[in-house]
Design a protein around this ligand. Structure first.
Ligand code: FAD
Length: 77
């Protein structure tokens, strides 16, 4: 059983606000919202791993999402 976890994103949101990069869109549960290729609502900002609310939050998922985000960065930039 896995209970009581919440995404640790307060600092990230503050950094984006301070940098005037725009508001990063969050899900109702407070995770960073992304599209299927891990793009956030802010152009050229990507989210992977536990903060992006994977269905299966584990090391394998976080690493795989890192690879997906890297591919998106390659395509976008
Ligand atoms: C008790 C426990 C047991 C687990 N057991 C397993 C297991 O057996 N197998 C498994 O696959 N998964 C396990 N998990 C889940 C796994 O740890 C996570 O899914 C995985 O680590 C997610 O990787 P991540 O890179 O998204 O996040 P994290 O590994 O949490 O990495 C995020 C990093 O960002 C850093 N950070 C946060 N805020 C800031 C900031 N403002 N500035 C700079 N750095 C910052 C943190 O210090 C951390 O190093 C377990 C989790 C917990 C809590």
């Amino acid at each position: 059983m896995r209970i009581g976890f919440a995404p640790n994103i307060e600092d990230i949101v503050q950094i984006f606000n301070a940098g005037k990069l725009g508001n990063i869109q969050l899900s109702q549960k407070g995770y960073i919202s992304t599209d299927q290729f891990l793009r956030t609502s802010i152009p050229n900002i990507y989210a992977a791993g536990d903060v992006a609310n994977p269905r299966d939050p584990c090391v394998a998922t976080a690493v795989a999402q890192g690879a997906i985000a890297a591919r998106s960065i390659q395509e976008d930039l």
